[in-house]
Ligand binder design. Structure first.
Ligand code: ADP
Ligand code: MG
Length: 261
């Protein structure tokens, strides 16, 4: 399976963080060892993993700017489910400081190199913009998972994201590919959802995951308990659909031809 997956869409509120947390938990359920990296100064992936973002001494800023080893910064999600490289609002400064640093696109890649053999999968939860933190994520990643909410203007902005991905692939990270596009907060009862969904099918073909994540209240409630939805309500539609997503990702990668050495 691809090791480092960036969950990216520069639009806010499309389900990036929800997907990063629940995909992490679902991959753990398949016996994989997972690291979740919170690249958003909002710290939602940190809080949603049961870690108080205001009660951490060290976080992503120290890793990216001060080159503190990742191992010193790591926290654990409840019951040791998965490891978390946390963030909080102090990481905002890193966005600006990175601009004038040497190897500014590769700081995250360099930080992850010494520890990546300890994990089967590393999930990067990106901020809602194409800033230097997102560029660091796309430079470190092998694959990009793009969550899309099926509403008007869903495709707007994806063009800019795909352009950025192509640019980073050409200039810095030739391994990078779009792993898949995921429909989130899906409501099959509305014709708008169906229209946008068809548009996504035409546009992305096999890159679009067959699994869709339904709009489900349990998914929205779980972060306030600091839990992935499968540990909050394991029989909810949200929990089952994120498990299905992990299964589809694993199957896709098993079916994909091995890259030539
Ligand atoms: P992003 O990280 O892209 O900004 P989030 O994952 O934080 O988006 O999701 C935005 C909001 O939508 C959050 O309040 C989240 O709880 C809610 N949400 C996400 N996915 C679902 C879903 N499948 N069903 C219901 N609410 C959802
Ligand atoms: Mg988010």
């Amino acid at each position: 399976m691809k090791k480092i997956i960036a969950v990216t869409n520069q639009k806010g509120g499309v389900g990036k963080t929800t997907t990063a947390i629940n995909l992490a938990a679902s991959l753990v359920a398949t016996k994989r060892k997972v690291l979740l990296v919170d690249l958003d100064p909002q710290g939602n992936a940190t809080m949603g993993s049961g870690i108080d973002k205001n009660d951490i001494e060290h976080h992503l800023y120290h890793v990216l700017i001060e080159e503190m080893p990742v191992a010193r910064v790591l926290k654990q999600a409840p019951e040791g489910l998965y490891d978390v490289l946390p963030s909080n609002s102090d990481v905002t400064a890193a966005e600006v400081e990175l601009l004038s640093m040497p190897q500014r696109e590769r700081r995250l890649t360099n930080a992850l190199t010494p520890i990546q053999d300890q994990y089967d999968v590393i999930i990067l939860d990106c901020p809602p913009s194409l800033n230097m933190l997102t560029v660091n994520a796309l430079t470190a990643a092998d694959g990009v998972l793009i969550p899309v909410q099926c509403e008007y203007f869903a495709l707007e902005g994806i063009a800019a994201l795909l352009e950025t991905i192509e640019q980073i692939k050409a200039e810095i990270n030739p391994r990078l590919t779009v792993e898949g596009v995921l429909r989130t907060m899906y409501d099959a009862r509305t014709s708008l959802t169906n229209d946008v969904s068809n548009e996504l099918k035409n546009h992305f073909g096999a890159t679009l995951y067959r699994t869709v994540i339904p709009r489900n209240i349990r998914v929205a409630e779980a972060p306030s308990y600091g839990l992935p939805v499968m540990h909050y309500d394991q029989s909810s539609r949200g929990a089952l659909s994120y498990l299905a997503l992990a299964g589809e990702m694993i199957r896709r990668q098993e079916d994909a031809p091995e890259p030539q050495a």
